[in-house]
Design a protein around this ligand. Structure first.
Ligand code: ATP
Length: 238
């Protein structure tokens, strides 16, 4: 399968703190890839570098064959690279429906926008029941779903999703993961899912990449990772 996202010897970090050092990886189109690793391993840093929020110091990032060097965050989004950062960013003062329309605004108009929003209600049924509720009236799980739907409504090709399970009850996490897998299966979306909740992430992922202090310590089919006791013990904490 073609790689849709490629990192080639990427070095990135903060002032005085190099987090990823010459890291290379390749994500095949249509795959759900779990990005795992302990607190501080560099998962968020990697996501931010791909999204364009953090400048790379060396190496290159390619999206669909295009070098992203110098490409601004909003241009990355417009070309189909969507991200949902940690923290369920939704507009608290707007309704679910308005949040979704806002997410689709730059991409679709009129009837096309209506169709894109309706498709999200099909995928995220709990949101359909809450369409007139304001962002701040939603539960944590509903807010995370809305953050996801708001990114997906513009029909991206790749979704960068940071720690969606944070603070959610296990049943809500399971529901969220199910919807995510469903979205990937229905649309061919590629997902890079950074998670501390290893079991949940591996349950829906095709592949898992484990980061340990800025380098890749494992890159294998999700089922193999979940079944490897040494790896689980050393890096995944279960
Ligand atoms: P978590 O699951 O806690 O988010 P992570 O794997 O996403 O962990 P990162 O957030 O990428 O890890 O952090 C990697 C390293 O970079 C850590 O040592 C962290 O302390 C450091 N770091 C993160 N953000 C900054 C920042 N803004 N300035 C300086 N150092 C930072």
């Amino acid at each position: 399968m073609n790689a849709i996202l490629e990192l080639d010897a990427v070095t990135v970090g903060y002032v005085g703190v190099p987090v990823l050092d010459r890291l290379s990886l390749s994500i095949p189109e249509g795959a759900v890839v779990a990005l795992l690793g302990a607190n501080g391993a560099g998962k968020t840093t990697l996501m931010r570098a791909v999204a364009g929020l953090l400048p790379t110091r060396a190496g290159g990032i390619r999206f669909d064959g295009r070098d992203l060097a110098g490409v601004a965050v909003e241009d990355r989004t417009r070309s189909g690279l969507a991200q949902v950062p940690e923290g369920r960013s939704v507009v608290a003062e707007l309704t679910v429906d308005e949040n979704l329309r806002l997410g689709a605004l730059w991409r679709y108009r009129g009837a096309e926008r209506d169709r894109a929003v309706a498709a999200m209600y099909e995928l995220f049924e709990p949101l359909a029941r809450r369409r007139r509720s304001l962002g701040h009236q939603l539960s944590g799980g509903e807010r995370q779903m809305l953050a996801l739907a708001r990114a997906l409504v513009a029909n991206p090709r790749v979704l960068l999703l940071d720690e969606p399970s944070l603070g959610l009850a296990p049943l809500v996490v399971a529901q969220l993961m199910g919807v995510l897998r469903d979205a990937a299966d229905r649309t061919g979306l590629t997902v890079l899912l950074a998670e501390q909740n290893v079991t949940s992430a591996l349950s829906i992922a095709d592949r898992g990449i484990v980061l340990g202090l800025g380098e890749i310590v494992a890159d294998a089919p999700a089922a193999d990772l979940a079944a490897d006791p040494a790896l689980r013990h050393a890096y995944l904490g279960f």
